[in-house]
Structure formats: structure tokens, C-alpha cells
Design a protein around this ligand. Structure first.
Ligand code: KMH
Ligand code: ZN
Length: 271
């Protein structure tokens, strides 16, 4: 089985300091948390920027500062969000692509997102895909619903997305696909052969889905964006604590951990 790529979703757009006192917010905090996760075994940092008040921002300058600060510490793959927060406009969301990062997220469809709606019209999806293809950025296709896989395959047909595709199954968002193992099997069984996939289970779904992904040959995303708890009723101390647990479990199950350069090779990313 190929080595395990661990992505850490450090901050997200929704979690607050009130909910998770150790949430990294400033560029320095995000870079330090990313470095701790790198030392723990992560190879990709999924990043959402925050402004001076701690609010989600898609500002080019803030993403640039975070990218440079992470790169000064380690060779993690920097993967900015183009999803942002539900209220960000398309123009705001695409700003981090101007940094030509190695990777970026590309949400493959609209979904209910708790009481909000996360809008990804066909027009947005195609524009993001085109921009990433032109810039040589490897997209991570965010799948929140079953139909999003078909949307991604449509991009391939239109020559806006190269194969093999790398998917991230975001599972257990209230209003979107549930976080059951049968749901994961459905998704894995409906992507083209040769694709790579990772799973981001939300809240209590994070750990069981991660363990199944390790066993099934998929990859794993953990971090405060998706889950702020270590276990029921106990907040995690840090993003790194969540990464460390995945590393321990993977090793027990005989799955080796990919370094960032090994992750680049697995994902066909040219540095
Ligand atoms: N914050 C969500 C509305 C992504 O990063 O690409 C969207 C999101 C997806 O987190
Ligand atoms: Zn995100």
C-alpha cells in the first residue's frame, strides 16, 4: 500500500477561539502549528487565513505571509482554501491562487453547510479549475455530496482537470453527506481507478473514518477545521496532537507515513 499522506486542516473558517482556545489564528501561530504538525508526520497543510480580528479572510497578503512563514520552517505542501467562508465572493475566494501554491482546494458542488449554503455553481467550479490548470496548481477536489464526483468527472471531459484526480471526501457536515462507513465505501467505489483520495470526517466522524481510510489505502485529514476534540468531552490540545494519534494508529496498522516529498510524488506534484 502506498504511504499515508496526512493533511492537517489547521484553522478553518468557522471555528472560534471561544470553542477551541488553542486555535491558530495569526500567520505566526498558523506557521508554528503547521511546523509542529510537520514534525508529527503531516505532509500537507490546508490553510484558511484570518484577519487581525480573527475573522476569515481570503486576502492575498495574509495567505502570502502564512505561506512564507511555513516555508521558512519546513517543506510542508501548502494548500490554501479556495472555499473560504460561506459568505466570501468568488473573487475573494480565488485570491490565494495568485500565489501559485503547489496545491489548492476546489469544491465540486453546492451543499447545505449547517444552516448555511456553500455555493459552488458550475460556473465557479469551471473558473477555479481553469485558473488552477493554467497556473499548474494541483487541485484537491472537495466532495461534500455524492453528485460532486460526477461534477469533477465533467471537468475532466471539458479538459479543465487532469487525471489522476485527488479527492477529499468531507463527510459528516450537517446537511451534506453523512459520515457513515457505508457512505465512505460508496464514494470510494465511484471514483475512477487510479485516483487518490483522503477523508476529512467532521467532529466525531473524524477518527473512525480516518482509521478506515488507513486500512483501505486512502489518506487522512485531521485538524481543528474539522474537529476540535481529542475525544468526547475533551478538547484537543493542538492540531499536532490529532496528527500524532493518526501516526500512532497507522504505524500499528502497518501503514508507513509519507514525507512531504513522498506526498508530492504520490500526488504528481512538481515542486
Ligand atoms: N469553509 C467552508 C465553507 C475549502 O476549504 O475548500 C468551505 C471549505 C472548503 O472549508
Ligand atoms: Zn477548508
Amino acid at each position: 500500500m502506498e504511504k499515508l499522506i496526512i493533511t492537517v486542516a489547521l484553522t478553518g473558517a468557522e471555528v472560534t477561539r471561544e470553542q477551541q482556545p488553542n486555535l491558530p489564528i495569526t500567520p505566526d501561530e498558523i506557521a508554528e502549528a503547521a511546523y509542529e504538525c510537520y514534525l508529527a508526520g503531516a505532509s500537507i497543510a490546508h490553510v484558511h487565513a484570518r484577519d487581525k480580528d480573527g475573522k476569515p479572510t481570503q486576502s492575498y497578503e495574509v495567505y502570502k505571509e502564512i505561506k512564507e512563514k511555513i516555508e521558512a520552517k519546513c517543506n510542508l505542501i501548502f494548500q490554501p482554501s479556495t472555499g473560504g467562508a460561506v459568505y466570501h465572493t468568488f473573487e475573494q475566494r480565488k485570491q490565494p491562487l495568485e500565489l501559485n501554491p503547489e496545491m489548492a482546494t476546489l469544491s465540486a458542488g453546492t451543499t447545505n453547510f449547517g444552516s448555511d449554503i456553500f455555493v459552488n455553481s458550475e460556473e465557479y467550479i469551471e473558473k477555479f479549475a481553469k485558473e488552477m490548470k493554467e497556473r499548474g496548481i494541483k487541485p484537491e477536489i472537495e466532495v461534500f455530496e455524492r453528485g460532486h464526483i460526477a461534477n469533477a468527472l465533467k471537468l475532466v471531459k471539458k479538459d479543465l482537470l487532469d487525471t489522476p484526480i485527488h479527492f477529499d471526501f468531507v463527510m459528516g457536515v450537517p446537511g451534506a453527506i453523512p459520515g457513515g462507513i457505508d457512505d465512505l465505501l460508496y464514494l470510494v467505489n465511484h471514483i475512477p481507478q487510479g485516483s487518490t483520495w483522503t477523508v476529512a470526517g467532521i467532529g466525531r466522524y473524524e477518527l473512525p473514518l480516518a482509521v478506515h481510510a488507513i486500512l483501505m489505502g486512502g489518506h487522512v485529514r485531521v485538524g481543528f477545521e474539522d474537529n476540535i476534540y481529542y475525544k468526547k468531552g475533551e478538547l484537543a490540545k493542538s492540531n499536532a496532537q490529532l496528527v500524532e494519534r493518526i501516526v500512532r494508529i497507522a504505524k500499528e496498522l502497518g501503514r508507513e507515513i509519507a514525507t512531504p516529498d513522498e506526498a508530492r510524488e504520490i500526488l504528481n506534484i512538481k515542486k
